[in-house]
Design a protein around this ligand. Structure first.
Ligand code: NAD
Length: 250
């Protein structure tokens, strides 16, 4: 049973082959949407697309030139693809900083730009941007990621203002730590840096500020995304929804 009926809707999820994106693709498909799984990992994207009767789109969102001419016929756009580099600012490689802004701010801008004409023509559109608690709060050594997520928050709000009169909503979801390949790598790296076990990293580094002492499940983020994509959420726009077990409440 699903709470929201998205049958007849088309959806596109970037970074849809793994982690939160894959959970979103599954959740939207389970509610009846035809989902395009957009990812640079074409094998995983195709496998998931086959599984949910969707479509795979092999795209490298770091290559933004082709996106400037793109037109997307999608009712729902989930800007989810993301990467992370952790380093002190003075050692941060400028090319890594630029790569993260390209993937996590410029590509979402170009995809929103490509999707709005169809959404305006049909009078319905749902844009959900997968931000982070780092779109609202900073952490040291994450200069590029925190900057990009704050940028995505701004882009989401401007889209909400412009899209509102046309039936288009735009919102952010702001997860805390979600157990995905991106975070698994972070856990392994931090265990090595601090010389502690991976479970100690989860307990002592990741969950110290959480009220609900566990990591977020990808499916929990996906349920929120699916609700924001539904007709029920028609009055919700320009908002940012934390899903972080109380991390930002502290
Ligand atoms: P993940 O690494 O599991 O998945 C990211 C996906 O993006 C992968 O399928 C990857 O192939 C794809 N991708 C990467 N570069 C790409 C490119 N150039 N073009 C197209 N696709 C590309 O990561 P995740 O943890 O599921 O993260 C998804 C989003 O959620 C990111 O925006 C991340 O910042 C955000 N987020 C994650 C967490 C967390 O704890 N995992 C918390 C808050 C926010």
């Amino acid at each position: 049973m699903t709470e929201q009926n998205l049958s007849g809707r088309t959806a596109l999820v970037t970074g849809g082959a793994s982690g939160i994106g894959a959970a979103c693709a599954r959740a939207l498909a389970a509610r009846g949407a035809h989902v395009t799984v957009a990812d640079v990992d074409d094998v995983a994207a195709k496998s998931l697309a086959d599984d949910i009767d969707g479509t795979a789109w092999h795209v490298d969102l770091l290559d933004t030139d082709p996106l400037t001419e793109l037109r997307l016929e999608t009712d729902i756009l989930v800007n989810n693809a993301g990467i992370q580099t952790i380093s002190p600012i003075e050692e941060f490689r400028p090319e890594d900083f630029r790569r993260i802004q390209t993937l996590m701010v410029e590509a979402p801008f170009l995809l929103i730009r490509a999707a709005l004409p169809h959404m305006y023509a049909t009078g319905f559109g749902r844009i959900v941007n997968v931000s982070s608690v780092h779109g609202l709060r900073a952490s040291a050594f994450k200069a590029a990621y925190v900057t990009a997520k704050h940028g995505l928050e701004g882009l989401s709000k401007v889209t909400a203002l412009e899209g509102g009169p046309h039936g288009v909503t735009s919102n952010c979801v702001n997860p805390g730590y979600v157990l995905t390949p991106l975070v698994q790598k972070q856990i392994a790296d931090q265990a090595q840096v601090h010389g502690i076990s991976e479970s100690e990293v989860i307990e002592k580094v990741m969950l110290t500020e959480s009220a609900i002492k566990r990591l977020v499940e990808p499916s929990e983020v996906a349920s929120l995304v699916a609700w924001l994509a539904s007709a029920d959420a028609g009055m919700v726009t320009g908002a940012s929804y934390t899903i972080d077990g109380g991390w930002t409440a502290r």
